[in-house]
Design a protein. Structure first.
Length: 449
């Protein structure tokens, strides 16, 4: 069964590889951009069945004219995904080859997971893992969401949202748990799901995946999440951003304009980049963990920033490199955290989890920001878990459960079939919460607001 799914995911990938050989590699154009435009044009065409213009009928020039119309329709419906005036840069005859290959394929019919896997494939070919721009494995994301159990009236944010994995899985979790009407779900997406990322391409992928997941209007914004309202200096060179003003807009600015009385997020779910340092004095000086330092690792600043973004009493799951969770050299960071938060759980992930992108071993930290006036407690129980089944082999390929282990395969997603033990860890954590009277969910600390 797993094989059938990977073959389906592979079909679109196989089309891409064929197109790459036939057309894209020799076009002189950015392969990601050109294929992304075609995917979005096709998505838009599929959503407007009456038109069915994504087909290879007619001359190359006629096909190019229809694609142009589809792109302009998609750009006006989904402004954050394509800019107005976007055109394919492929020649009409190259375009015809691409359209012929893609036209028979139903993107909606393929299902969300197949498209998600295809975007991961596409992004990983275009950007290198060393920039920390790889996708978080979806079964790890699902685990984090289930551990934190966001409810439908809680604001969820991912300040390093990449392809939007945490947002899409939160949407899926909330949908499964609450079975809301379409209208309620739309309102939930519009008001409660927030994502930010400094990478413009990641933002476009996140928006496209949100459309496939059933919503196109969530708050996914291109900006540098590490900038606080006080720090106005650019963190990165302009090659990493495409918006002229995006570097000085902060998350707080966006929240203030879109929500009248924003008092922080209820839940942060995130996987900040494992690599990279920040050296800008103006930025470092706005962080407790950066003040009077000449450079600080990005993930360390992200930890503080995520705590900042939470309302008092709010909770967070953050994927971090192992050294932040256990190395002697990061002891100060953990001591600082204990003054700000109650640590709920620490879960070590298997060593293959982030392959093939990085060999770095990682874990997930789950915590609750202390409520206003709440004093840190010096002695309390923390849940510790270690995953022994990575869900991947040493080449970074997903490993799937045997068919016998899959009880009701028709109702399982690809991610449910991955052979990992995070579900058992999640059950043990919730048992621990019951025993220790740890309350998750929206009753916790809401009166602090
Ligand atoms: C490991 S990836 C997150 C992957 C994401 N969870 C997913 O599944 O696609 C880390 C992300 O952090 C983003 N990032 C790095 N520095 C950032 C910053 N200063 N502000 C916002 N996003 C940042 C990167 O662009 C990248 O998309």
């Amino acid at each position: 069964m797993a094989k059938r799914h990977s073959a389906r995911a592979g079909t679109l990938q196989a089309i891409f590889i064929r197109l790459e050989e036939l057309v894209l590699a020799n076009s002189g154009e950015d392969e990601f951009e050109e294929i992304f435009k075609l995917i979005v044009a096709k998505l838009w065409d599929e959503m407007n069945e009456a038109t069915a213009r994504f087909n290879a009928l007619g001359s190359p020039e006629e096909i190019a004219a229809r694609i142009s119309l589809l792109l302009s329709g998609a750009a006006s419906t989904w402004p954050g995904i394509l800019e107005a005036g976007t055109e394919s840069r492929l020649t009409p005859s190259h375009l015809k080859i691409c359209v012929e290959a893609l036209a028979p394929y139903s993107l909606h019919g393929a299902g969300f997971e197949v498209m998600d896997a295809f975007f991961e494939f596409l992004v990983s070919r275009g950007s290198k893992g060393n920039k920390g721009q790889y996708f978080t494995p979806r079964y790890v994301i699902e685990f984090c969401v289930r551990m934190m159990q966001p409810s439908m009236n809680e604001l969820v944010v991912d300040p390093a949202c990449g392809s939007g994995g945490f947002l899409v899985h939160t949407l899926d979790y909330v949908r499964r748990e609450n079975m809301p009407s379409n209208k309620k779900l739309q309102n939930y997406c519009n008001d409660f799901l927030w994502g930010f990322d400094v990478d413009a391409r990641a933002i476009r992928v996140a928006k496209a995946l949100m459309i496939l997941a059933g919503d196109g209007r969530s708050n996914i914004v291109h900006l540098n999440s590490l900038l606080k309202p006080v720090a106005q200096t650019a963190l990165f060179d302009t090659s990493q951003t495409d918006g002229k003003n995006s570097r000085s807009i902060t998350i707080e600015d966006v929240c203030r304009t879109r929500r009248r009385a924003h008092k922080g997020f209820d839940v942060v779910l995130t996987n900040p980049p494992f690599a990279g340092e920040v050296r800008e004095e103006s930025v470092l000086s706005s962080y407790d963990l950066g003040r009077s330092k000449v450079r600080v690792e990005r993930d360390v600043l992200f930890i503080e920033r995520c705590l900042d973004l939470l309302r008092p009493g709010g909770r967070m799951a953050i994927v971090l490199p192992h050294n932040k969770l256990s190395a002697t050299s990061t002891g100060d960071l953990r001591r600082w955290l204990l003054t700000k938060a109650q640590i709920l759980a620490v879960v070590g992930l298997g060593r293959h989890t982030f392959l093939p992108h990085t060999h770095q071993k990682a874990g997930v930290l789950f915590l609750r920001r202390l409520a206003k006036g709440e004093k840190p407690v010096s002695d309390y129980k923390i849940f510790f878990g270690v995953s022994d089944k990575d869900g991947k082999n040493s080449r970074g390929e997903l490993s799937f459960k045997d068919d016998e282990q899959i009880a009701d395969e028709n109702h399982l997603s690809i991610w449910d079939r991955v052979d990992h033990d995070l579900t058992e860890i999640e059950s043990a954590f919730h048992k621990f919460c019951n025993q220790e009277k740890v309350i998750l969910g929206d009753s916790n600390g809401r009166m602090d607001n």
